[in-house]
Design a protein around this ligand. Structure first.
Ligand code: NAP
Length: 311
């Protein structure tokens, strides 16, 4: 059944794809952004675009509250946004929020599922996202605020430089591989990584629209189906680029002596966390069915880097 969907962040990597797929699924879609994002966007034909700042309470109160919305999807939510939605948008039947599996780390068992601990601050987790997610679930418990939390793993696919083995999205890593230059990495090839293909991640939000009751007050992990090792990830890039690079190793803390930008906090320390997640709750609840493996998503991202002249 066609619903009225509002996508906040509709020009972003995930938000844009959600808006696209929601139109394709027959929904009436309105997208919001401030008009500041100049990265490549997907085709938003059929999405009614609105310029506005979701952090401006008057915009939420005077504009969004007057729209007849069934489902609000916020791809980059913060607590202040959620406060104003719960105050002014009482008529909305479902709120979908994009969070991150970075809330769970370090993982205590594999594959980690939604029951894995995430509320406490650790040395490496995205604690501010944990605080926000706890706030959403508390609102559900106290006021039946119909929020749903989607937690993607690191995003991969066309449109953005993919994760590399210095723990960020530095195109120079892949350029060096292509130029057959020696690359130094931490000894991390045994560590598990599990990316999420951008179109598949977006499809989860759109599929969940059809299960409004089952998803309220719930968290869902969304990702490619299986983890691989960083060694397999690197080999995929090497094969795709036909690289003849020599791979050398040094302790992660010493990488900055060679590459000054490669820091530990929220970068190498995060890459070195084994990531292996269970997506079966999303599969069972709303039929999430990822179409790409991490390797296939990486190849699409690298092909996009080539096509756009980045590589
Ligand atoms: N990158 C990863 O590997 C990764 C992994 C796990 C989870 N995540 C999560 O995935 C989400 C990222 O989504 P994304 O990739 O689609 O982000 P993105 O590409 O950076 O897009 C953000 C969108 O939000 C809009 N926006 C930002 N602030 C706004 C405001 N105040 N009012 C209205 N619109 C606003 C931006 O447009 P304007 O700037 O023009 O307003 C843009 O359309 C985040 O929640 C992140 O935590 C990311």
């Amino acid at each position: 059944m066609s619903k009225k969907i509002l996508v906040l962040g509709a020009t972003g990597e995930i938000g844009g794809r959600i808006a696209r797929l929601a139109v394709d699924a027959g929904h009436q879609v309105c997208g919001v952004s401030r008009g500041l994002n100049h990265r490549e966007q997907v085709d938003l034909t059929g999405v009614e675009m609105l310029i506005g700042d979701k952090s401006d309470e008057t915009f939420v109160r005077d504009k969004l509250a007057k729209m007849d919305i069934d489902v609000l999807i916020d791809s980059v939510p913060n607590i202040k946004n959620i406060e104003s939605y719960s105050k002014y948008l009482k008529q909305v039947k479902n709120f979908f929020f994009c969070s991150s599996t970075g809330t769970f780390v370090p993982l205590q068992y594999f594959p980690a599922d939604e029951k894995h601990p995430w509320r406490d601050e650790t040395a490496v987790n995205f604690y501010s996202q944990s605080v926000r997610d706890a706030y959403i679930l508390e609102l559900w418990k106290k006021e039946k605020f119909p929020g749903t939390i989607f937690r993607p793993t690191n995003i991969i696919g066309q449109g953005r430089v993919p994760l590399e083995l210095w723990g960020a999205r530095d195109i120079e890593f892949f350029r060096k591989l292509k130029r057959a230059e020696t690359i130094t990495i931490a000894p991390c090839e045994h560590i598990m990584v599990q990316s999420g293909y951008n179109w598949d991640l977006a499809s989860a939000f759109v599929k969940a629209i059809d299960q409004p009751e089952a998803v309220r007050g719930e968290i869902f992990i969304i990702s490619c189906k299986h983890a691989i090792t960083l060694g397999q990830y690197l080999q995929t890039a090497i094969d795709f680029l036909g690289s003849k690079s020599n791979i050398e190793h040094c302790p992660a803390e010493k990488l900055k002596d060679i590459y000054p930008e490669v820091t530990m906090k929220f970068r190498m320390d995060f890459l070195l966390q084994p990531m292996c997640l269970d997506i079966s709750k999303a599969e069972k609840t709303f039929g999430y069915a990822p179409t790409r493996t991490t390797q296939e998503g990486l190849i699409e991202a690298l092909q996009w880097c080539k096509n756009t002249g980045l590589l």
